[in-house]
Design a protein around this ligand. Structure first.
Ligand code: MG
Length: 249
């Protein structure tokens, strides 16, 4: 049985502030996601924004990752490296960002449409966000970790999408990735019991086609095996006694 320590009230307070850094940044970046902008430009703006808040980008240098945000376009699932690519009307772009403030991490992701996007892409984005919140709703003391996993999977599959298996959510705190792992698929009433004050990042990745993924030769970018589109949403949250608290909204 995994042991997952809840955070102290003082730790949670720092994490709330770390969470506000990334939620404000994602709101800011949403307005910058327009046709013609390069993913590198988004990264530069993100790093500047995080540092201006007195925080440090969590991803830069993490296992050698070269940027402050992951930018994953269309069939890219996660861990896309910002670069010269210019976003085009109709693309969908997942932006994942983490920040460290006073030794504590926050982590969040959104998928944005670039200009006008097709109906199926919009459905994918909406369903991924909804699936995340179905999972978040389960993050209440006394529930099981598997309740979160199941809620995400059920909503995704009911809507005809598949759930990526190879990448999962995680505990978060003094490290970006702590125990436990939080799969986006599983069975209710399984896994560890949730206790108020646990800090976790829930992050469903939903695919239009098969759930299989592969990593490109850059060593980072994860894409769908069938080349169909994928979306990703993530929030850092605290398990609550009555209801969860989302700290990156
Ligand atoms: Mg994460």
């Amino acid at each position: 049985m995994q042991k997952i320590a809840p955070k102290t009230p003082a730790e949670l307070e720092i994490m709330r502030r770390a969470g506000r850094v990334v939620s404000k940044l994602l709101k800011f970046l949403e307005s910058k996601v327009v046709p013609g902008v390069t993913t590198k430009k988004l990264d530069e703006k993100a790093e500047e924004f995080i540092r201006a808040q007195g925080a440090t980008p969590a991803f830069k240098g993490y296992y050698g990752f070269p940027a402050s945000i992951c930018v994953s376009v269309n069939e890219e699932v996660v861990h896309g490296i910002p670069g010269k690519r210019a976003l085009a009307e109709g693309d969908i772009v997942g932006v994942d960002v983490g920040a460290v403030l006073e030794g504590f991490y926050s982590d969040a992701a959104r998928t944005f449409g670039v200009g006008r996007i097709d109906v199926s892409s919009q459905h994918l984005i909406n369903t991924t966000r909804e699936a995340l919140y179905k999972g978040i709703d389960q993050a209440v003391e006394g529930h099981f970790l598997g309740d979160i996993s199941w809620a995400v999977q059920e909503h995704a599959e009911k809507n005809g999408f598949s759930v990526v298996r190879d990448y999962v959510g995680h505990g978060i705190g003094r490290s970006l990735h702590e125990e436990p792992q939080i799969p986006n698929f599983g069975k209710p009433l399984t896994g560890p019991r949730l206790v108020a004050g646990m800090a976790i990042a829930i992050e469903p990745m939903l695919n239009v086609g098969v759930y299989d993924v592969k990593t490109l030769s850059d060593g980072w970018t994860v894409v769908t095996k069938d080349g169909k589109r994928s979306a990703h949403f993530e929030q850092t949250i605290f398990v609550g006694k009555e209801k969860p608290e989302v700290v990156t909204e």
